[in-house]
Write a protein that binds this ligand. Structure first.
Ligand SMILES: NC(=O)c1ccc[n+]([C@@H]2O[C@H](COP(=O)([O-])OP(=O)(O)OC[C@H]3O[C@@H](n4cnc5c(N)ncnc54)[C@H](OP(=O)(O)O)[C@@H]3O)[C@@H](O)[C@H]2O)c1
Length: 311
């Protein structure tokens, strides 16, 4: 039995429950690809799953290998896969948890080729965060050029892609962030950055076509006040409550990101054309996944945290 390293959990808890283990290398089935992982991204969902706070992952599903997106090199393709060959540099988001490991199997439909101008470590930071931003803005928010959008949580993994996608679309972008992230968010293309500790976004934003809510707390409910009639509030956190007078005549959406290779190709194309970039905050080796998760949860990172997989 060929084995690989993987970071797994057998029970929910703090980062001490993460274990480095040796498990069997998976085999690609029909329509699937086996990838030798170069790097895996760390997302808030990873520590929420570990804490038992992400309901789709239940106790009876344990043990699991954590990690939802990665970059790497194609090792083997299953039957029926014509779009990738051994040696291709690829990235993608698996439809579950599997990526804090040396290898992962992924549906070919969920995979895309990494743009030539992007190294594999930075590429790992893209799939889940960028696809979430894309789906929030365009699939659920239907953002058009010239519209006004507010992005709450603009400096984080999802937010820093959302600002760039919205600016590239030609929207007028308002964005909240802490004072120390102002310059970073401005560099992403935001027209107006609102330091949430010293300014209320309600004093700056009005008649918004769309609000993207990426931050917990009262910001989601306060967003209703700045939307125009018929405007839309999209949240990645929870379904917005609508029991307020200022929600009347406005729309809301909550969604869970879906993997899509086709969408990731579009994002790769924007990155190849240098219209969009990814910001890496810090990398940790795979064996330090616990520190990486604690860092992401506690540090208000700019951009993304990534685990490097040494092989
Ligand atoms: N539904 C889905 O499918 C889906 C997909 C991806 C992510 N998500 C969720 O979306 C959220 C954002 O994800 P992410 O990857 O972007 O997370 P992240 O990288 O940790 O970023 C979080 C952002 O929140 C801001 N923030 C933290 N505390 C704040 C506060 N008290 N007030 C205002 N802003 C605050 C941070 O900015 P500052 O440093 O400026 O404070 C940072 O920009 C997470 O909860 C994640 O679980 C859901």
């Amino acid at each position: 039995m060929a084995t690989m390293k993987a970071i797994r959990i057998h029970r929910f808890g703090d980062s001490g429950v993460l274990q480095l283990e040796s498990i069997e290398i998976p085999h690609p089935q029909v329509g699937e690809v086996l990838v030798r992982i170069a790097a895996a991204s760390v997302n808030p969902v990873d520590y929420k799953i570990r804490q038992g706070e992400f309901p789709p992952v239940t106790r009876d599903m344990l043990p699991i290998t954590l990690g939802r997106d990665f970059s790497g090199v194609v090792e083997q393709v299953g039957s029926g896969v014509g779009s990738f060959v051994k040696g291709d540099r690829v990235f993608g988001m698996v439809g579950g948890d599997a990526c804090y490991a040396d290898y992962a199997v992924i549906k070919a439909d969920h995979l895309a080729k990494v743009p030539e101008n992007l190294d594999l470590i930075r590429a790992a930071a893209v799939p889940l965060a960028a696809q979430t931003a894309w789906q929030a803005l365009f699939d659920h928010g239907h953002l058009e050029a010239g519209q006004r959008v507010l992005i709450q949580g603009a400096s984080g993994g999802v937010g820093h892609f959302a600002v760039q996608f919205a600016a590239a679309k030609g929207a007028m972008v308002f964005a909240t962030g802490s004072e120390k992230t102002r310059q970073f968010i401005t560099s992403l293309g935001a027209d107006r950055v609102i330091d949430y500790a010293h300014e209320r976004f309600e004093d700056v934003c009005h008649d918004m076509d769309l609000v993207i809510n990426l931050v917990s707390g009262d910001m989601q409910q306060r967003a209703w006040a700045v939307l125009r009639p018929g405007g839309t509030l999209v949240s990645t956190l929870s379904p917005p409550a609508r029991d307020r007078p200022d929600a009347y005549g406005k729309n809301s959406r909550f969604f869970l990101v879906e993997p899509s290779g086709r969408q990731l190709e579009e994002i790769a194309h924007l990155m190849q054309g240098e219209l969009v970039d990814v910001k890496l905050s810090v990398t940790f080796p795979l064996k330090n996944a616990a520190q990486a998760q604690d860092y992401l949860e506690r540090s208000h990172v700019e951009g993304k945290v990534v685990l490097t997989v040494e092989g």
